[in-house]
Design a protein around this ligand. Structure first.
Ligand SMILES: [Zn+2]
Length: 252
């Protein structure tokens, strides 16, 4: 996952990227076999990493970029009858972080979900974590200010990081609703929803969450994440969470 460190991406960069992204998104939409129905909610799934960026690599060599794409394809299969589902990347190639949300904004998507795995130096670290964007991480022990809004030397007509803030409440609902539907994690293993100043969410102009679907650095979890049946179950849980979210908040 990506914690923000350079907050001043501004809206005109955003506009340029949207134009560049148009062809990419259009191709991705067609590849799912979907037509552009105006009645369907648009869900954008973002398989983390890709290309030279492998993401986290597990002890047996399973790579985050492959796991996230595999899960995303399964979620597409679960959703495509009822939703227009678009992937930010449909194969093993790299993308810049801000291109991912630009794709969702261009489509005026109703939801954006970025998929990642966790990585830790501690092999026993495990579990699924669901994040929504906030300027402060709720696990930030140093209580540091996460944004350099006070940097008066940088002109910021409209700072990109302000876009997701207005969706904070619905993003939180989305995160909590998906969490409710995760069957594989129960009791104390089921982590509370978390906040973090995530770059990949900050520019999304719709409810948006990032799901870390387990720790590839944990040998037991790496084994699970390499199991197609496990990924299919997870895709089904996430599908159920998305449907439940729209039922709770049909205007989202
Ligand atoms: Zn990642």
């Amino acid at each position: 996952m990506f914690l923000r460190d350079r907050p001043q991406l501004i809206i005109n960069i955003h506009a340029i990227i949207m134009i560049i992204m148009f062809s990419v998104v259009f191709t991705a939409g067609r590849s799912s076999g979907e037509t552009f129905s105006k009645n369907k909610k648009i869900v954008v799934l973002d398989p983390g990493h890709g290309g030279h960026d492998n993401g986290v690599r597990g002890p047996e060599g399973i790579m985050e970029k492959a796991v996230t794409l595999s899960l995303a394809r399964r979620i597409v299969a679960e959703l495509e009858d009822d939703f227009k589902v678009v992937l930010t990347r449909t194969d093993d190639y790299g993308m810049k972080i801000f291109e991912r949300t630009a794709a969702a904004n261009h489509l005026k998507a109703d939801l954006f979900i970025s998929l990642h795995t966790g990585g830790s130096f501690l092999h026993k670290t495990s579990g699924i974590s669901i994040f929504y964007f906030d300027e402060m991480s709720n696990t930030d022990q140093e209580n540091r200010p996460a944004l350099s809004k006070t940097d008066k030397n940088t002109p910021t007509p409209i700072a990109w990081h302000t876009i997701q803030i207005k969706h904070k409440k619905t993003s939180r609902t989305l995160a909590e609703t998906i969490r409710e539907h995760l069957r594989g994690q129960t009791g104390p293993l089921k982590k509370p929803v978390q906040t973090a100043p995530l770059m990949v969410l900050e520019g999304a102009d719709m409810p948006a969450v990032l799901i870390e679907i387990g720790y590839l650095t944990n040998p037991a979890e790496e084994k699970k994440l390499a199991d197609p049946d496990y990924l299919s179950d997870l895709a089904e849980d996430i599908r159920n969470g998305i449907i439940d979210f729209f039922n709770k908040d049909p205007g989202a």
